[in-house]
Design a protein around this ligand. Sequence first.
Ligand code: DAK
Length: 262
Amino acid sequence: MTEPLILTEIHGDGARRTALIRINRPKQLNALNDALMVEMGQALIGFDRDDSIGCIVITGNEKAFAAGADIAAMAKYDYMHVHQTEYITRNWETLLQVRKPVIAAVAGFALGGGCELAMMCDFIIAADNAKFGQPEIKLGIIPGAGGTQRLPRAVGKAKTMDLVLTGRMMDVQEAERSGLVSRVVPADKLLEEALAAAAAICAYSGPSLALAKACVNKAFEGGLRDGIDHERRIFHSLFATEDQKEGMDAFLNKRAPRFRQR
Ligand code: DAK
């Protein structure tokens, strides 16, 4: 029997729980291939539509989050194949359609497409053994799933050029210093910390979370004036929700809010 390419679990016991997706190609250091990305995309869309799920965590194992796109598969591709199959674009970016918060819990290698996948998540919690890099230059290619665009927005031009042009890896301290990861935790506490962050998120209003995420992405992806205008429109619209009434009433009455996700 072949091993499943991803494993999924549900965690938590509140009204909204956390979906955990584990990348599962340990022998290949979780190298990403088309079939795996299709399965992950289906799981992501399913969890995004499931009202009982409030947050999604993507992780690998202690040795690798993902050591990149599968070089053995890619070695055979030619220009016409990647062009005509819309390699990457067709099915690797489903994550970007997900409206719920997605956390990357990264231990070990997050290289090439693995680093790009982690950067497509909303934030990265990293184990103290995590290593990040875009080593595609060593293979005669360049990052192809957003690495040359998202990495400079996260860590700036100088460090991106250093990583992309030399192909070197950066350790987790450098990654945290430069703003790629939100927090560093001991490797044996990675999942616990990521699930605790996800549980905190699950307790909040889903519509507010989705709109907060959309606003931050607007800042990340666009200009300041457009971003501020967008944020203001979204902010106004939240006064139409029951969760805003509930959240503020709960605060004023010194009680815990009971968000109804509407
Ligand atoms: N693909 C396939 N197999 C991989 C792999 C990968 N990316 N990374 C590791 N493996 C396999 C190794 O071949 C080895 O298999 P066996 O020999 O045991 O059969 C096994 O995993 C263990 O690896 P090592 O023996 O090498 O383990 P070490 O601890 O010694 O070294 C390492 C770990 C992570 C430093 C090393 O494995 C390594 O350098 N791996 C390659 C990392 C890399 O170059 N990643 C970037 C891949 S390129 C595109 C869009 C996106 C992309 C491409 C195109 N278009 C839009 C067209 C993305 C490209 C990439 O991600």
